[in-house]
Design a protein around this ligand. Structure first.
Ligand code: SAH
Length: 369
């Protein structure tokens, strides 16, 4: 990506911000829709090719704006069709983006940070440390690039129908950059995805979940992973700061505010001997009773140096059966893209300057407190 600090990355501006940006330049507000149509519908980034803009306006765009893309340093396809890209920024960090084709949908899993500061011990991104938040433009560019690299699709199978913020990073620690990018994903002048098809996954940054309902109505997934505070404190360290009662209350508020479209997706990684016993399933059923949503059991994906093992298949099935009998929708996530390290929790990218992690972590935590 060529950095042009004085110029604005247009991918970073949602429709409202882009309208204001044009007005501030003395242009008509409708220029925002006109340019968004080029960027996201026509997937045209060359201002000179935006034929319905006057020459002076094109010159102004050259002077003030850019739509830089990261460098594609890897593009791999797994045996099951899952495709993983590694995108690199001029600062040296690289991040990973994964496309998962299924019969009825195509899900793009995008990253929100270079690394992650939250230190969940079962996640390989956490082991890489944290460098920085991605900008809105960098977050959206993953969708833009994936759509372009996938082409128009065969039988719709290679088309991006869903976006999940489940790649590297904790999106709610990067709230101000994530929201404009998701706005563009859901805007008809942008990528036009419905709110049911853009899902943000969080480990439980409670103040940010509370803010979320004021600015968006995307779908919420929560990395629960444990049915009580004592166990969750161990495997999702942010729980020590924001415990389960506060987390569940914030989620309920979010769902109620947004008309409960499907409720919350509760993610629960299955760790052998840690959180996968029937007593945990029972506790989970009591905890989540009455909150609209579904439970997604995720088989643990190992990575070098991890101290966990995936639950036995029979234990996962028994866990699922218990929850189903208790009236929950509970599914076991199919692991995809393992042979290219593209599965949940296996995304590492290249996170530079990891020594900054402690410093950054305290700063980020101060920001979200
Ligand atoms: N920080 C966000 C989003 C990134 S992780 C969050 O915590 O939700 C996306 C999902 O993958 C989360 O549910 C996470 O807990 C899960 N995950 C992380 N590491 C994993 C692993 N090794 N195996 C399986 N799932 C994992």
């Amino acid at each position: 990506m060529t950095t042009q600090p004085s110029k604005t990355h247009l991918f970073g501006l949602n429709r409202q911000a882009l309208t204001e940006w044009f007005v501030a330049l003395g242009e008509k507000p409708f220029r925002a829709k006109q340019v968004m149509k080029w960027l996201y519908h026509e997937r045209m980034l060359d201002f000179d090719q935006m034929t319905d803009l006057s020459k002076p306006l094109r010159a102004l765009l050259h002077e003030r704006a850019h739509c830089a893309l990261p460098e594609i340093i890897a593009d791999q396809i797994a045996s099951d069709g899952t495709r993983k890209w590694v995108f690199r920024y001029p600062c040296g960090n690289s991040i990973e983006t994964v496309f998962i084709p299924e019969d009825d949908r195509g899900t793009l899993c995008i990253s929100s940070q270079a690394g992650c500061a939250l230190a969940c011990p079962f996640c390989s991104t956490a082991h890489e440390g944290f460098n920085r938040n991605l900008t809105s433009g960098e977050i959206l560019a993953q969708v833009w690039l994936a759509k372009s690299l996938l082409g128009c699709g065969d039988n719709g199978k290679r088309v991006v129908t869903n976006v999940v913020l489940m790649g590297m990073g904790e999106p709610l620690v990067n709230f101000n950059n994530v929201i404009p990018a998701t706005d563009i994903m859901m805007d008809d002048w942008g990528f036009g995805l419905s709110k049911r098809r853009v899902t943000l996954s969080t480990s439980g940054v409670v103040p940010a979940i509370k803010q979320l309902k004021e600015v968006t109505d995307l779908s919420l997934a929560v990395s629960l992973h444990a049915p009580n505070d004592a166990l969750r404190d161990e495997i999702v360290p942010i729980n020590k700061r924001y415990g389960l009662p506060a987390l569940l209350e914030a989620c309920q508020e979010y769902v109620a505010h947004n008309g409960q479209h499907g409720g919350v997706t509760w993610e629960y990684v299955m760790l052998r001997g840690v959180n996968d016993r029937l007593e945990h399933a029972k506790e989970l059923a009591v905890l989540l009773k009455g909150i609209p949503g579904k439970i997604n059991l995720i088989p643990f994906n190992p990575f070098p140096g991890s101290r966990f093992e995936c639950s036995k298949r029979s234990d996962m099935l028994a866990f699922q059966r218990y929850l189903t009998k208790a009236g929950f929708i509970a599914t076991i996530r199919k692991t995809r893209g393992e042979d290219i390290d593209a599965a949940c929790g296996q995304l590492v990218g290249q996170v530079n300057d990891r020594s900054r992690r402690a410093l950054k972590l305290s700063r980020e935590q101060a920001e979200i407190a």
